[in-house]
Write a protein that binds this ligand. Sequence first.
Ligand code: SAH
Ligand code: SF4
Ligand code: F3S
Length: 470
Amino acid sequence: MRTSVTVPNEDEIRRQNGFMEKIKALNAKKDTAPKFFINTFGCQMNAHDSEKINGMLRQMGYAPADDEKNADFIIYNTCCVRENAENKVYGNLGYLKHAKKDNPDMKIALCGCMMQQPTVIETIRKKYRHVDIVFGTFNLYKLPELIMTNIESGAPVFDIWQKHAEIVEDLPTVRKYKFKASVNIMFGCNNFCSYCIVPYVRGRERSRRPEDIVAEIKALAADGVKEVMLLGQNVNSYGRGLEKETSFAELLRMVNEIEGLKRIRFMTSHPKDLSDELIKAMAECDKVCNHLHLPFQAGSDRILEQMNRRYTKARYLELANKVRRAVPDISLTTDIMVGFPGETEEDVLETIDVVKKVRFASAFTFIYSKRTGTPAAEMENQVPEDVVKGYFNKLLDEVNTVVYEINQSKLGKTYEVLVDDISGGDADFVTGRTTDNTLVHFRGCKDLIGELVNVKITESKPFYLIGEMI
Ligand code: SAH
Ligand code: SF4
Ligand code: F3S
């Protein structure tokens, strides 16, 4: 399967194919194929980038390892949205230093968002000299050349770009599931929420052409894919700046026509760009799932303004109601942050009020993490950690109460589930998601994986449901 990435031009892709051939020939001479392991941090964008790295490595004759410990080539695809994501990478790198002493042929590569920060590169050069290859978010496609340079020179290779190039299609990719796939519809972000590092490490917003997206999804559907996830930091602003401007609503309608495809999901929507046209398309396109992830971050208008989110609490509540009126059974999920500079208990109560009013089926809750280089990091009134912890627990209690009540209300009802996998805890159980994105476990065997089946809910747990196939 081929997919897209941002690269300067198609000649460059041909050049990289040349390096791939050479590396493949080198690997073929070895007794056994060298094994790779990709450790992915962060969001679905990174997960999808890792599928592209996987595709390239396999094409170069590397074989997947079942565990990092058994790998000869370890790649960390990093995230820097919060400090703890970065700390994990540094921690693991410390451990790898010892592992490399036992296996001197081991290669370590780092890529992803964290690598776009000059201070990180400085730290790696100084403190983590056992790293062999470092690249960023704009030059993923160059991996074959970087591996070749490292093999030939025997020295560490650093290649970080500060800017993106154009989008060119056609990179090999290996997807995790046969029956569902992620598809980038756009790259980067222009919103500059004041706390967020993403626009600095992923560059400006750029959209793929609708015909390329549709062609990719048609090929996926022909290959057995039933569900696609359309990916972008702000899918609602898809299509701006294209030669022939296309709205996200129009794109959804095009994708909805694709034969064989059963379900369409998308992530993430920014409330400020959620148009009536899009709500109408969601209601009218039968394949679009009954789920909208709409991060609201905070409920206080003062904090929202400081965050540069460009909507108010009232506007968010109005949008949620509008979506519910148009798509009655839709489940709304969200991202929430506490501890933004200057946030008071009163502000947090506004956030909790939104949770109570909108009743989210699930929510990712985060403690604000100061990101150097963002405007919020310069703000003087950073909130002390113990105070934030208190806010966070209060918020979490409220979120969990609502989630549990919503799950309870599903008892006895029947839902269509796309079966993902064998259940982690029990081989006699399988797990999958309803169109409204609820996780369901039920008795079944591995033959059901990739199938759409009807499941009646018999039990409700705090974060998932149990049912039986009917
Ligand atoms: N583009 C998406 C989200 C990208 S990051 C959107 O705007 O909705 C995913 C989530 O991480 C954000 O929604 C936010 O809640 C959280 N996040 C971003 N920066 C953060 C920071 N500095 N500290 C804590 N959480 C952060
Ligand atoms: Fe970050 Fe805001 Fe862009 Fe989302 S929309 S990636 S939170 S800047
Ligand atoms: Fe995603 Fe983290 Fe980068 S959230 S875009 S992997 S900073």
